[in-house]
Design a protein around this ligand. Structure first.
Ligand SMILES: C[S@@+](CC[C@H](N)C(=O)[O-])C[C@H]1O[C@@H](n2cnc3c(N)ncnc32)[C@H](O)[C@@H]1O
Length: 325
């Protein structure tokens, strides 16, 4: 199925859909380094540019549109005006603009779990109303990456939309079933690299700050060596306290020789593994960019399970390639 990917980043969501047999014919992101990673590992079909400046007509016809757009508040002022007025000036406006031009059969959108409560639920309500006005049935669900084979807690909201002439109602089993992780086999320790460069190890000076619990409203217990990783974030490069980030004890003579402790952060490759990227995915950018890209990504396994589940639930979606405009 011809698939277009928006806000593609380094391609986590795209890899999942590709693994499930979808054919990605166009992708877009405005982050130069994410586009470099994508182009090197996935393909030349990614276009570098700001989506708000890209005409819908320059995007090829497609059956499926996927993408995770940044969450922004909407002005409710335009409530009575028409669906597009409520979302003008936001990136979701651009998603809706492209959908309304191409009318793909299926749309899969990803966002943070907090989209559900953002602006007292108005943001999600406006998104759903807009998609329904565009003639789609819409269902959403929060899925956690740990339920799909990787040792990372990562709750993300997925919105699945099917054009109403294809389905009048979306069956609840369109979302993939969670499977429990065999923690004896797969856990944070099992994805660690060996002989890690001393640069990833914490100095004796920074260790107390990293391990502190935080205070007041920001108090949360600082724990390292977790079995299941905390959610990777796009700002991991900056190193957060251990109550927000992932640190592991991994004694290493080279680090010791370099005057470091035996506790270290995760390497970019380990972050890639926690997001389900294959070993064949080359990391060609700096550590800072790699942490950002993997921290931003949709877990490949989750995307793949969604992609397969859609095909399984609505097999007819794969037949014919007519496009209703
Ligand atoms: C959450 S990340 C997407 C991750 C990606 N789906 C994946 O699985 O790897 C959101 C992406 O949106 C991109 N982005 C944000 N604003 C944009 C814009 N105006 N035009 C194009 N891309 C944009 C960011 O550069 C970032 O890579």
């Amino acid at each position: 199925m011809r698939t277009v990917s928006l806000f593609s980043g380094c391609g986590g969501m795209d890899l999942g859909f590709l693994n499930a047999g979808y054919n990605i014919i166009y992708a877009n992101d405005f982050d130069k380094y994410a586009v470099e990673s994508y182009r090197h590992n996935i393909g030349d079909h990614i276009v570098w540019g700001d989506i708000s400046e890209i005409e819908a007509t320059s995007i090829p016809e497609h059956d499926v549109l996927i993408g995770g757009f940044p969450c922004q508040p909407f002005s409710m002022m335009g409530n009575k005006k028409g669906f597009l007025d409520n979302i003008r000036g936001t990136l979701f406006f651009d998603v809706a603009r492209i959908i309304s031009h191409h009318m793909p059969k299926v749309v899969v959108l990803e966002n943070v779990r907090n989209l559900k409560t953002h602006d007292n639920g108005n943001t999600l309500r406006t998104i759903i109303d807009t998609l329904e006005d565009l003639n789609y049935c819409v269902e959403y669900k929060v899925l956690n990456s740990v339920d799909f084979g990787v040792p990372q807690i990562r709750n993300r909201l997925f919105i699945i939309c099917i054009r109403k002439d294809i389905l009048e109602e979306i069956p609840s089993n369109i979302f993939p079933e969670a499977t429990s992780l065999n923690l004896d086999k797969i856990n944070l320790r099992s994805i660690l690299e060996s002989n890690v460069d001393p640069k990833y190890y914490l100095s004796h000076k920074i260790l107390p700050t990293i391990l502190s619990h935080g205070s007041g409203n920001y108090y949360s217990k600082s724990e390292i060596d977790l079995e299941i990783a905390r959610p990777l974030t796009a700002t991991m490069a900056k190193m957060h306290r251990a109550n927000q980030d992932n640190y592991v004890t991994d004694p290493n003579p080279l680090a010791e020789k370099a005057g470091k402790t035996s506790i270290r952060r995760l390497t970019p490759r380990e972050c890639a593994r926690l997001q389900g990227f294959p070993e064949s995915y080359d990391i060609i950018v700096s550590d800072t960019q790699a942490y950002k890209q993997f921290g931003n990504a949709v877990t490949v396994n989750v995307a793949e399970n969604i992609a397969r589940s859609i095909l399984k639930t609505i097999p007819t979606i794969n037949s014919g390639s007519e496009i209703h405009v």
